[in-house]
Design a protein around this ligand. Structure first.
Ligand code: ADP
Ligand code: MG
Ligand code: MG
Length: 873
């Protein structure tokens, strides 16, 4: 026989899988002798079984439940549905991971027209019986029968008004009886049957409703947001009621053992006297600060403080505690590790170490790496957000808080920003040409594109707030406006973007600067001691590089030279180079680019000092640098002084059906070696310059993209070596560099041993490697990814979380093959995955030398790498 029901004395904290968090902790609290009303838990397995059986409860389960109800009757000396001393119970949801407010709970179950009378007769204050009954009818009707709450509130409020009563607690017994009558009437009207009087029937219906609440819409969304598997199911906790609504020596409240916003070590909480359940959070009366409890009852307050401390010591973490006081006696109803901001999480962890309660390793493991994001960007003031007017919701593509006037083109954004305005760039979708507009903006809102779309990747790279794929927003760029529902926003209107939730607000929302406090630095220094992976950054400018160093980067893992090419001042020369028909013309254009590119590298080398800098030679297909619209082509043809038709045909020549699989990567250097020559020259001249003038021994690493055949590497190597030799001859300065490649084609992974003969390092370009392995385009995948997730074909987006199975297999193979040829080969990863904790863990497992990620993810990668090292030493 499978055991589906556990009494509190049979469970413990470690049984969260089976009993859910609430049930496991209720059991734990009872077993360490705290005052917990007796009860039992129906397992999460029963919930899953309930769904398998087509949403029904089966005899074996009902039998076990009945047995435990009987046990409860014995323990409390009360009877469920009894006419002498009736037992009332709460029926509470509770999954393995707490999902606050997402599922349902029913209080005061067991009340009916008979038991309410008995309860009233037995009590000193009869009104509490009817107060409990009206609560029960409303909760049961709402949760179990789906009758909307507001219909009950309407009756309740009108009776309050009739009797000129301000607070619920001022309602008399007679008022409450009347409310109960009208509630039952409402129930009959809605359900065409009377309110169920049989407590056993009530119980079965309530249990089913709690199971069902596992799949209500908000629970599903919450799980998606928090990556909680749908398969876990919820437990149901059945517990004898204690009453906070029996009079003025009763109450109910919630408290955190430390401040969940700041982490400060001080009891933080609220309570209400003569109240029950959700009254505290429902805002019916303003609750009191927990400190005030000491004025009302010093003894209860002291006992509560003592228990709170005991619970914190027991769980070795900040606790979120629910309690009720019945006639001056304290009862504990729930405890769990409290949810907290990143700032609080760090402070609590560091202080628990200082207090000798946990180890440094435990502290490092406590912080959710992704949560650090909150600390690195200016943040909205929480209260201001809650009051904000929501316009739409998109994908939280790049965290941050941005407010500003909307503009609809890069050019307008740049102009407005130059005149000192704060701008939100709103686009249907962004293209590389928008990059400067993105730089000038506070944040970016796009109607199309996914989490790894161009806008998102670039925004994250810049640490710029971005909401992408916001389909509710209809952008009409030519009319300089967008609509959301029936609202219209025109150029110059203010909006705010919350990049961590994807929510778009009307108007300006107040922000505050991030503080990288001493606690943060302390925790990160512990993380650095534990981790084995080095952390580099993907940076294309000295500014990004400097930012990344502040966040702890130990080198550049990917410097994309094309981002320099997109610069407004360089684009003409770049375009000239592309349009050139002859080598002579092209060389002339490249000569213009050389000094600019050299300056870029000097800046980066200066910023990075002796840290290694991996520079990738030009990668994207050339047509990306050219306009597509006739109007723009016309303009360019004038600027370049060539005929429209020649320009247009050249652009047509460069157009490709599958640019991602096209003339790009090392293929460019093979067709146009002179581009590689210019870039290598710029790199080595810059290195020589910095070495000579700044006395910095720089460490450039020249990286060849999109290699699939070792002969490509051999061909380009000879160009690189010749160019380096020339520069050394010219300058008389010796520069050391490494020559290596990206592994981003499956073919390269399969022959990594051969490739390693020529490459001194591999950098796994997991964006392309994922794209090429799956055969999906990362710019378009978002269109069907939703369906894949919904139909449970893919759990996660492989562009976000590295696919260990196949892409990971290719990486693993490359590592082994590469080391076979060249044991000291340097190995790193530079795809977007380099800053994603589970992917970082995988890199640790493979023994890579480093991961590289955007500057704003460097702290996240540092922490994730430390956690991987602690978890898998
Ligand atoms: P949630 O998960 O939404 O917090 P709970 O199951 O914890 O839901 O119930 C909410 C509140 O109901 C509790 O904080 C407590 O105030 C009240 N409650 C639950 N069970 C009991 C009980 N046995 N006696 C008195 N109050 C209870
Ligand atoms: Mg609760
Ligand atoms: Mg690539």
């Amino acid at each position: 026989m499978i055991k589906y029901v556990y009494n509190f004395n049979e469970g413990k904290a470690s049984m969260k899988d089976l009993l859910g968090g609430k049930g496991a902790n209720l059991a734990e609290m009872s077993n360490i002798g705290l005052p917990v009303p007796p009860g039992f838990t129906i397992t999460t397995e029963a919930c899953n079984e309930y769904y398998i059986k087509g949403a029904t409860l089966w005899p074996e389960l009902i039998e076990q439940i009945n047995k435990s109800v009987f046990g409860l009757e014995e323990k409390t000396g009360k009877q469920f549905g009894g006419s002498i001393n009736p037992l009332l119970i709460s029926v509470r949801s509770g999954a393995k991971f707490s999902m606050p407010g997402m599922m349902d709970t029913i209080l005061n179950l067991g009340l009916n027209d008979m038991t309410v009378g008995v309860l009233a007769k037995n009590a000193e204050t009869p009104r509490f019986a009817y107060d409990s009954y009206r609560r029960f009818i409303q909760m049961f009707s709402d949760v179990v029968m789906g009758i909307e709450k507001y219909k009950f509130d309407k009756i309740f409020d009108s009776i309050k008004r009739e009797n000129k009563v301000e607070f619920d607690t001022d309602l008399s017994n007679e008022n409450l009886m009347k409310i109960v009558l009208e509630f039952k009437e409402l129930y009959r009207r809605e359900m065409h049957t009377s309110f169920p009087q049989d407590p056993n029937e009530q119980l079965i219906l309530a249990i089913k409703a709690v199971f069902k609440s596992w799949n209500n819409e908000r629970a599903i969304i919450y799980r998606q947001l928090n990556q909680i598997p749908d398969s876990l199911g919820t437990a149901v906790n059945i517990q004898s009621m204690v009453f906070g609504n029996m009079g003025n020596d009763c109450g109910t409240g919630v408290a955190f053992t430390r401040n969940p916003a700041t982490g400060e070590k001080k009891l933080y909480g609220e309570f209400l006297m003569n109240a029950q359940g959700e009254d505290v959070v429902a805002g019916i009366r303003t609750p009191y600060d927990i400190d005030k409890l000491s004025e009302i009852s010093k003894a209860v307050y002291d006992e509560f403080c003592e228990i709170a401390q005991l619970l914190e010591d027991h769980y070795k973490d900040m606790q979120d505690i629910e309690f009720t006081i019945e006639k001056g006696k304290l009862f504990m109803l729930q405890t769990r590790n409290g949810k907290r901001t990143a700032a609080a999480a760090i402070r609590v962890a560091v202080e628990l170490v200082e207090e000798g309660k946990i180890t440094k390793e435990e502290a490092v493991m406590r912080i959710e790496p992704n949560q650090l994001d909150q600390l690195l960007h200016p943040a909205f003031v929480k209260e201001a957000l809650e009051k904000g007017e929501v316009i739409a919701k998109g994908l939280p593509a790049s965290p941050g808080a941005a407010s500003g006037k909307v503009y609809f083109s890069a050019a307008d954004t740049i102009k407005a920003a130059k005149s000192g305005e704060k701008v939100i760039l709103v686009r249907q979708e962004t293209s590389p040409e928008d990059i400067e507009g993105m730089v000038s903006s506070q944040g970016i809102l796009t109607a199309r594109g996914g989490m790894t779309s161009h806008a998102a990747v670039v925004a994250r790279g810049m640490g710029k707030c971005c909401v992408a794929g916001c389909e509710e927003v209809k952008v009409k760029e030519e009319d300089k406006m967008f609509t959301a529902g029936n609202r219209i926003f025109k150029e110059g209107d203010y909006i705010s973007l919350d990049g961590s939730t994807g929510i778009v607000y009307e108007g300006v929302i107040e922000t505050q600067e991030p503080e990288l406090s001493g606690y943060f630095a302390t925790l990160m220094s512990w993380a650095d001691d534990f981790r084995k992976l080095k952390i580099r950054t993907n940076a294309d400018t000295p500014k990004d590089a400097a930012q990344a160093i502040k966040f702890g980067a130990e080198g550049i893992g990917l410097c994309r030279t094309e981002h320099m090419f997109f610069d407004e001042k360089r684009l003409p020369a770049v375009r000239e180079m592309i349009i050139s028909e002859t080598l002579g013309e092209r060389t002339k254009a490249l000569d213009k680019l050389l000094p600019m590119q050299r300056e870029d590298f000097i800046g980066i080398f200066e910023a990075m000092g002796e840290r290694p800098v991996t520079i990738r030679l030009l990668d994207p297909p050339l047509h990306e640098f050219l306009p597509t619209e006739d109007e723009d082509i016309e303009q360019l043809s004038k600027d370049m002084n060539i005929s429209f038709n020649i320009l247009k045909s050249r652009i047509a020549q460069l157009k490709e059906l599958n640019p991602m699989l096209g003339h790009r990567g090392c293929r460019l250097a093979i067709t146009y070696p002179e581009i590689a020559v210019m870039q290598v020259r710029a790199i080595i001249e810059a290195a020589a310059h910095v070495k000579k003038n700044m006395k910095i021994n720089v460490h450039p690493e020249i990286m060849i993209p999109l290699v699939g055949d070792v002969k490509e590497l051999i061909y380009i190597k000879q160009i690189v070596e010749k160019t380096v030799d020339e520069v050394i001859m010219d300058t008389g300065i010796e520069v050391e560099y490494l020559y290596g490649t990206m592994i981003e084609l499956p073919r390269a992974a399969l022959i990594a041993d051969e490739i390693a003969k020529e490459a001194e390092f591999f950098s796994f370009g997991t964006n392309d490697l994922t794209q090429m392995t799956y055969g999906i385009s990362r710019d378009d995948a978002f269109k069907f990814l939703k369906d894949y997730k919904q139909k449970k074909i893919w759990k996660t987006d492989p562009f976000q979380i590295l696919d260990r199975k196949a892409v990971g297999q290719l990486i693993k193979m490359s590592v082994e093959l590469g080391r076979r040829t060249r044991p000291d080969i340097k190995l790193g990863i530079c795809g977007e995955h380099g800053g994603e904790p589970s992917s970082v863990e995988f890199c640790h497992m493979l023994g890579l030398n480093y991961v590289s990620c955007s500057p704003f993810r460097v702290p996240i990668a540092r922490l994730a790498a430390a956690q991987a090292a602690v978890r898998l030493p």
